[in-house]
Design a binder for this molecule. Structure first.
Ligand SMILES: *[C@@H]1O[C@H](CO)[C@@H](O)[C@H](O)[C@H]1NC(C)=O
Ligand SMILES: *[C@@H]1O[C@H](CO)[C@@H](O)[C@H](O)[C@H]1NC(C)=O
Length: 254
């Protein structure tokens, strides 16, 4: 009898967890990072003033979204070379732009074409010289959802590729998002013979723009979310509920 009550409680808790999953712009907002928790969008990954991609200490993936339709991506991949394990190929990719949420739940990311950058390093074939180039890739996620991850006790974003196959899960790192300014950072150069004074002026205004954006971020109290930290009262409730659930499980099985 007591056992069955616990089972009901457990079922209710599980249902509560499931019903939490959501897929709107509000739940998407924030900076998300893969398990390594080393790759984040923002000025620590790409410095648009000096055109610098900064290599994180571990590979990983990060996306940021604002509620009003902007995204940013930071992707650091290292692929083992099956023929020669000593020759991994590494790539750093930065993109940002706008996103659209379709009525059927599909998420479409449309980058600002002139701003995307890729740094490709293929040490055994490029003689140690990495390739730095523009990068412009529309990304379509067929579906996505945000829910609390049972194990880590933190918001988890599951993006599913255009064919429905799941991406690696991403975890909430900052909310509001930590992002570079959500405008085109590198307007197309008007002419190849651009005066150096013009480009110096552009650099200065870009630097100003990046600094302003970060100051504004600071003012909105972007909060670093740590997997083990108490995040907010919702989260606290959920963690407590999770512990009760575990307690019931232990009771049922003993
Ligand atoms: C939603 O519509 C778009 C465009 O018609 C399509 O490409 C996508 O596969 C659809 N998504 C789902 C989940 O059916
Ligand atoms: C960027 O990609 C989009 C979508 O694939 C394409 O329509 C557009 O022409 C590209 N822009 C540039 C400058 O390559």
């Amino acid at each position: 009898m007591v056992g069955s009550v616990s089972l009901v409680t457990l079922t209710l808790l599980l249902n509560a967890g499931v019903s939490f999953a959501s897929n709107d712009a509000a739940s998407l907002a924030g900076t998300w990072s893969s398990k390594s928790n080393q790759v984040f969008t923002g000025p620590g990954f790409y410095d648009p003033v000096d055109e610098l991609l900064i290599e994180p200490s571990l590979p990983g993936l990060s996306y940021s979204f604002t509620e009003d339709g902007y995204f940013e991506e930071a992707n650091y991949q290292v692929k083992a070379n099956p023929k020669d394990p000593g020759c991994p190929v590494a790539s750093l990719i930065y993109q940002h732009g706008t996103y659209r949420l379709l009525d059927n739940g599909t998420l479409v990311l449309s980058p600002f074409a002139v701003d995307g950058r890729q740094l490709l390093s293929d040490p055994c074939n490029d003689k140690g010289v990495s390739t730095y180039s523009r990068y412009n890739q529309t990304e379509i996620f067929k579906t996505f959802d945000v829910q609390i991850d049972d194990y880590h006790g933190i918001y988890k974003l599951q993006l599913n590729q255009w064919d429905g196959s799941p991406m690696q899960p991403l975890y909430l790192a900052y909310r509001p998002a930590m992002m570079l300014p959500t405008v085109t950072l590198n307007p197309t150069v008007a002419s190849d013979g651009a005066q150096s004074t013009d480009s110096a002026k552009e650099k200065r205004s870009l630097r100003h723009l990046v600094r302003r954006s970060l100051e504004n971020k600071h003012r909105t109290n972007a909060v670093k979310k740590t997997p083990n930290g108490m995040l907010n009262s919702d989260m606290f409730w959920y963690l407590s509920a999770g512990m009760i659930g575990v307690g019931s499980l232990v009771f049922l099985s003993s």
